[in-house]
Design a protein around this ligand. Sequence first.
Ligand code: NAP
Length: 132
Amino acid sequence: MRLLVVGGSGFLGGEVCRRGAAAGWSVVGTCHCGRVAVPGVGTRRLDVTDRDAVRRLVAEVRPDVVVGTAYRADDWTVTADGAAHVAYAAAEVGARLVHLSSDALHGGRPEPYGDDEPPSPIHVYGAAETAG
Ligand SMILES: NC(=O)c1ccc[n+]([C@@H]2O[C@H](COP(=O)([O-])OP(=O)(O)OC[C@H]3O[C@@H](n4cnc5c(N)ncnc54)[C@H](OP(=O)(O)O)[C@@H]3O)[C@@H](O)[C@H]2O)c1
């Protein structure tokens, strides 16, 4: 299994990298300003707002699975457009995509939300996660 973790330098992506490597998979993790500090995991620098760079990297790595965790709460182009770039690039190579989002795409009522309820964001970050 070949796994590409977009956002491998982050909290969630780093753990996905660790678990993938521990399972014996070939893992590549991306970073933007930080670094991927997981032994046995290949590292590549990537800006998800650069659609061509995302396509080039995915075409080069040829992953079976892409896990997308990259986001920035204050940057629509990263959270929304970046997610789209990753999704299209994964589709181009026939990779399965797991995109991580947030409960911020809901408004925060007291009762639990169902998995299939339409998003109801109340701030820009939630709207960006919804768009992604
Ligand atoms: N952490 C949680 O408990 C939790 C719970 C529920 C949902 N989530 C969701 O999971 C996702 C990831 O959360 P996280 O806690 O792992 O966040 P995080 O630690 O802040 O990681 C964010 C990742 O996005 C990368 N990134 C930022 N800007 C980028 C850009 N322009 N191009 C490429 N990569 C970029 C960062 O790279 P650099 O650090 O290298 O700049 C980092 O790897 C989010 O959607 C979040 O809402 C997280």
